[in-house]
Design a protein around this ligand. Structure first.
Ligand SMILES: [Zn+2]
Length: 86
């Protein structure tokens, strides 16, 4: 399986189980967690990723070994990305 420079696995969709340890893979929730999110994290249904968000963050994490997964970034229009902000 392909890995990016941060050792994050590149996946097209959420893996059913971790390719390293066979553990459960859950979505990572970013931003200010709600009380519901804390309960889900307690149950191991999601991982709380914190409030800092950047472009190539992993979307999923293994609850067994901590391996992370994300989708490859596809820019539909590269000119939009390269255009300087005004
Ligand atoms: Zn794992």
């Amino acid at each position: 399986m392909e890995k990016d420079t941060n050792n994050i696995y590149l996946v097209d969709r959420k893996p059913r189980k971790c390719p390293c340890c066979g553990g459960k893979v859950v979505p990572i929730l970013y931003g200010e967690p709600s009380s519901e999110a804390f309960e889900k994290a307690d149950r191991g249904e999601i991982v709380l990723g914190g409030c800092i968000i950047f472009a190539d963050m992993p979307e999923y994490q293994c609850t067994g070994c901590g391996a992370q997964f994300r989708k490859p970034i596809i820019y539909r229009n590269p000119e939009d990305v390269l255009k300087p902000k005004r």
